[in-house]
Design a protein around this ligand. Sequence first.
Ligand code: HEC
Ligand code: HEC
Length: 481
Amino acid sequence: MFHHCVIHSTVRRRLTAIFATISLAAGISAASAQGSSESAPRRDAMITPDPSGWLQTHTSTGGIDTGNPFFQSLGTNGRSCNSCHRQAEGWTISAAEVRQRFADTDGTDPIFSLVDGAVSPVADVSTVDARRIAYAMLLNRGVLRIGMPMPANAEFRLSAVDDPYGYASARELSLFRRPLPATNLIWDTAVMWDGRETFTPFKPPMDAGVDHADVRISLASQALHAILGHEQATASPGDAVIAQIVDFELHNFTAQVVDRQAGELNSDDAMGGADILAQQRFWVGINDTLDNDPTGDAFDPKVMRLFDGWDDPTARFSHDSGRRARAAIARGEQLFNTMPIDITGVAGLNDVTGQAVIHGSCSSCHDAPNIGNHSMALPINIGIADASRRTPDLPLYTLTNYATGQSVQTTDPGLAMLTGKWADIGKFKGPILRGLAARAPYFHNGSAATLMDVVDFYDTRFNVHMSSQQKSDLVAFLSAL
Ligand code: HEC
Ligand code: HEC
């Protein structure tokens, strides 16, 4: 265990009081409770509403230091980290909130900037209507345009480009990607979707601790590049400012804490919420599927153990609907851990292990206990960027292998843009799965508008044949993370 964090008792008391009020509101059915000042949940800076309940951020200080340079514009376009990493949206952005921001400002909020906010850096943004078109990808999917040149010495060339916005070329591919949450970062094993800010591949340490320095150095590099890129600064603000930002990020822990139907996610033996999350045991390689746990322990598919106690019809809860909601979350957790998935055709997994079919589950890939990313860096291609899933709003790139003459089409080459390797096309990391409800849409390109869309993707991609009950249980569980 490397992260000790004792919840300050006054904070605990304060939160307990708030949760008592919230669960009262959550338990009262629909309309009658709405708008009544007695039953409405009390507002607290650390707890924010989201579509399925309330999200909590925990910090060691018990508050968010909005004086941190994370919240300051450090460049030339008025943006700060907080333009794209917002507490209420799980420290990223949601497409819904971005649409609200557009409506509030007629598309002049600093997030709407040509550098990477628009579909092309030369789009017309002279009128509100033009801006609605130019920023359509941000508004519809919550994605930014990451521009990257074809890598030098790649094993492949860009043989065709179909860019609906007429901009992308080998000089700069347009890659539309979701901001990743600037929270729970202490457990990141690869920084950025393609891992490009990972300082060194994080390795299992010799002892049971973790070398914090790797995450810290990676995040410092990431922050500097964000300031120079997204914020268009002309120079670094200096190492001291960067260190303050990284400190801030490393002390954020975020998770869903109250579900509208199931109530407090950390009551009656459940272990949801950010306070408990902040104490999660972790080291690089913990519970690794591919036998890299430095303790030598074998992989245990029971990765999520937050709601073990809730699949009990006699469980204490004042309302039937609440009891049913809790049982659904518990069943969803079981499905996540144990529902058989025959994993096939995943580059980085099936080819690396030499197994054409891996009899796994959601937890095979999302193996870090109660966190949900992979406990070692594991760039893999599950098919999100495949040509078969291309929608007309995404550019499509044809890549041709110099050696074999073989061609492949993709909307985002992922890791291959860094390594130039044919085998790395379409590889991305699996993100941390906490605080999901607050931050739709999902996947690197925002192609899943809802958590049900995520579940449907897996059902189709791996021919799971889930029942509608199984799907809704999984969604109930994912929404409670
Ligand atoms: C204009 C929007 C925007 C701004 C401003 C911005 N980011 Fe990001 N951030 C993104 C996007 C998009 C990604 C994912 C890009 C990718 O993976 O290719 C990202 C990724 C990250 C990640 C990676 C998290 C992970 O798990 O890998 C961190 C950390 C981060 N940003 C921190 C910051 C900090 C710190 C700042 C301010 C200095 C900042 N960002 C400013 C959009 C933004
Ligand atoms: C073969 C490995 C693998 C399996 C199995 C798998 N995932 Fe994933 N998961 C990933 C990867 C990789 C990503 C990121 C893909 C991307 O965006 O390109 C991901 C992304 C996600 C996301 C989106 C997170 C975000 O922030 O956008 C959710 C939610 C998710 N997975 C849930 C599940 C569930 C539920 C299951 C089981 C039904 C499952 N995963 C099975 C590898 C896997």
